[in-house]
Ligand binder design. Structure first.
Ligand code: SF4
Ligand code: SF4
Length: 387
């Protein structure tokens, strides 16, 4: 979380792709009119006066809103809310990236997050034939026109079996890796077809921790850096591991305000609408707000004995609430994965501090004799020095 206040703008839930495991697109979704952006500016002018804000354009596929939308929306938000020092980001599959669109985004220094799940055959198996080629074409256009692009890699229960090939793909192409576990899809008849089981997710994170250490100087895996930073500072620094309620909002194409983009399109989770200029107090009286805070209270009690509670915070409330039919009945189902990786990082840190090799180094045996690879403390040192 770069800034203390994060507003996700969802110009549409429509998307030209058809990823097998997607849970957030809607082919009939309208596109946000520019008048709604003007309403957002008016609403936020007095909503929070003293915080910096990051706007992330998300979807669906946000580039479906078109060049004209961004040509108008970016100056409206930037100038109308300059007291909040707005920063921007966009999450897109890049299929609709044009040189003109890239130039508009580059003018406002909008970093681009995109998605690719590894080599073409793995990616297209789960995201659809032709996805890889279209995304790489958009990537080329984005880079040539001054944008920076990072990729999120979604691991499914199928692709996790090919984790070595996927890591190699990111490494060979010099890409920073950010990963995302496939969630159960609430749209199809077989919600778990692609979902990554928590235990496998935990093992995947440990594998990627090892890869991060082995490639300390020439590769970054963002989730691993975030997890290590969390343990070291005892504070979650991405939304999944911090109490996100009240610091993150999402606004749907019709101006409805939700706790997060993941809830957009489910009217039962709308907390208000920007056209009504709701105050924080009015939002806090909505059922969705109360549910999010019930989750926080639930975590305080259910996770009270867990040594990682301070920087885990029960994981993502969406993951916990929505699959349970809108009830707070448990923590994020990825809990075993979080425990696995947090235990691993904590234990390695403790061992490194009290063992004989120089701090930050650990011994690893191998076919060719003992080889030293950096330890977790080396990664933490690198993270702290790069801040
Ligand atoms: S609901 Fe989940 S994904 Fe959304 S902001 Fe909160 S932690 Fe992040
Ligand atoms: S690891 Fe599990 S038990 Fe521990 S705080 Fe996170 S969700 Fe709760």
């Amino acid at each position: 979380m770069k800034n203390p206040f994060h507003v996700m703008l969802i110009p549409t839930l429509g998307c030209p792709a058809n990823c097998e495991y997607c849970w957030s697109s809607d082919t009939n979704s309208p596109v946000m009119p520019i008048e709604t952006v003007k309403e957002i500016v008016e609403w936020l002018k007095d909503f929070r006066k003293d915080d910096r804000v990051t706007f992330t354009f998300h979807g669906g596929e946000p580039l479906l809103a078109g060049e004209e939308f961004y040509r108008k929306a970016l100056p409206l938000l930037s100038e109308g809310l300059n007291h909040l020092n707005p920063e921007f980001a966009i999450q897109t599959n890049l299929w609709l990236m044009t040189p003109e669109m890239a130039k508009i985004l580059a003018e406002y220094r909008v970093p681009v997050g995109s998605s690719i799940d590894g080599p073409e055959e793995i990616n297209d198996l789960q995201r659809g034939k032709g996805y890889y080629r279209k995304t790489l074409e958009g990537y080329k256009t984005a880079i040539e026109n001054g944008l920076s692009v990072r990729f999120i890699c979604t691991f499914t229960n199928q692709s996790a079996k090919r984790k070595e090939d996927i890591f190699e793909f990111f490494y060979e192409n010099g890409l920073v890796m950010k990963l995302h576990p496939a969630l159960p899809s609430l749209r199809g008849s077989d919600p778990d077809k692609w979902a990554l089981p928590p235990e496998e997710y935990g093992e995947l994170l440990v594998y990627l921790l090892d890869m991060s250490l082995e490639h300390l100087d020439d590769m970054e895996i963002m989730n691993i850096s975030d997890l290590c930073r969390s343990v070291f500072t005892r504070r979650g620094n991405v939304c999944t591991f911090a109490d996100c309620m009240g610091t993150t909002f999402a606004i749907g194409p019709d101006g409805a305000v939700y706790p997060c983009y993941r809830f957009v399109g489910m009217p039962e989770y709308a907390m208000g609408n920007v056209h009504d200029r709701p105050t924080m107090k009015e939002l806090s009286e909505s059922a969705a707000w109360k549910l999010m805070h019930d989750f926080k209270d639930y975590v305080d009690s259910a996770c009270s004995e867990c040594r990682h509670i301070r920087y885990c915070r029960g994981g993502c409330p969406y993951n916990a609430i929505v699959p349970c039919g809108g009830k707070v009945a448990g923590v994020d189902p990825h809990c075993p994965a979080y425990k696995r990786i947090y235990d691993e990082i904590t234990d390695r840190m403790d061992n490194e501090m009290f063992s004989s090799p120089p701090p930050g180094m650990s011994h690893f045996g191998g076919m060719n004799g003992d080889k030293e690879i950096p330890g977790v403390m080396s990664l933490i040192r690198k993270i702290v020095m790069n801040q």
